[in-house]
Design a protein around this ligand. Structure first.
Ligand code: AQP
Length: 324
């Protein structure tokens, strides 16, 4: 029997190349080797305020992006989180297993909640809902970017605690964090990750940016002092741009430095912009191919398949806890 993958993205903001290189690309690469579940996590999205009609539209748009990126609905299960009510139900159970102290240590909550009294309780328990998503499918592997590593560790802890207290119930999942591309950084502040919620649009290359915008953003991306175009941790801006070049061009890592030896930042950025535009061109054409009716049918089918597994896991959890 194939091992299982679960992963997801939030239908918020605009997806950027960090989302693609850190997550989506690996979903596609792994989908045939594993039985794969790719979710649109709209319940996570509402941990921060969302406009209802925009959220609805972005939910379908995200399905479009999954498909255009190469997630194959004949191979993988694609579905919307809120269509499978077990996600919220298991999250409640896991909220009773998780400890305040361990959630208080989550850096994403500290970053997004900014210590404000007004931060939602949902934002605080976001990682528990994520654990529920993953554990419902008895997932073996979770392909995510570096920013989700801490949440994955919590998921493992919750699974192990539940298994210890109530008997073997959940598979304890492993993260799959790609060796290169797990943390694509902001074009403006290379010590910060590229992020949908960054107020400065110039900091991210969005998957649906037009060629002109991409070229301008790359041209204006910050660089480091010096002139060398090499991978070097002490020069995070150039290392980030070179990583993007490596992943989008497909040129082997060790050949990238050689390729730009003796060239200036201007030439490098011009080539990076060309590679990015050409990489995104067929992707953007594909995004436009899928009509709403086709998407809805795929998502309905996905939800049915996901529900069958999720309901079995939840029934087992309830039985073990004496709830039913
Ligand atoms: N900069 C990044 N580099 C590599 N991978 C990244 N991911 C996010 N940012 C980067 C990965 O993309 C997947 C989907 O992300 P999400 O929709 O759950 O959003 P997020 O992790 O909260 O990060 P975003 O997209 O930047 O949104 P905001 O600004 O709201 O935080 C995940 O696997 C994530 O690791």
């Amino acid at each position: 029997m194939k091992k299982r993958i679960f992963s997801g993205a939030q239908p918020t903001g605009k997806l950027h190349i960090g989302n693609y290189l850190g997550a989506l690309r690996n979903w596609v690469a792994l989908q045939t080797e594993y039985e794969s579940f790719y979710c649109i996590v709209n319940l996570h999205a509402v941990t921060l305020p969302q406009d209802p009609s925009t959220l609805k539209r972005k939910t379908l748009d995200l399905a479009r992006i999954y498909l255009a990126a190469g997630v194959d609905p004949e191979v993988s299960t694609i579905f919307i989180q809120s269509d499978v009510s077990e996600h919220a139900e298991l999250a409640w159970v896991l909220n009773c297993v998780a400890r305040m102290g361990e959630l208080e240590r989550m850096t994403q909550f500290k970053d997004k909640g900014k210590g404000e009294e007004r931060a939602s309780v949902g934002l605080f328990t976001y990682p528990v809902l994520m654990a529920s998503d993953i554990l419902l499918y008895q997932t073996d592997l979770v392909p995510v970017g570096q920013d989700q590593k801490q949440h994955l560790e919590l998921t493992r802890d919750l699974a192990e605690r539940f298994n210890r207290d109530f008997g073997e119930t959940f598979v304890v999942p492993d993260p799959y964090i790609p060796p290169v591309g797990a943390a694509i950084m902001s074009l403006k502040e290379p010590q910060k990750k590229m992020s949908k919620s960054d107020e400065n649009e110039a900091a991210s290359i969005f998957l649906l940016d037009d060629p002109d915008t991409i070229t301008k953003k790359i041209k204006k991306a910050v660089t480091d002092s010096g002139t060398a175009i090499t991978f070097d941790d002490s020069r995070p801006a150039i290392t980030n741009l070179l990583t993007i070049y490596h992943l989008l061009s497909g040129l082997p890592l060790e050949e990238c430095e050689e390729h730009f030896a003796g060239k200036g930042y201007g030439d490098f950025k011009k080539e990076l912009a060309e590679v990015t535009v050409e990489f995104l061109r067929p992707f953007q054409a594909k995004v436009r191919e899928f009509d709403d009716a086709t998407l809805k049918a795929i998502l309905r089918r996905g939800a049915e398949k996901a529900s069958a597994i999720a309901s079995e896991t939840l029934r087992n959890v309830y039985e073990r806890m004496g709830i039913r």
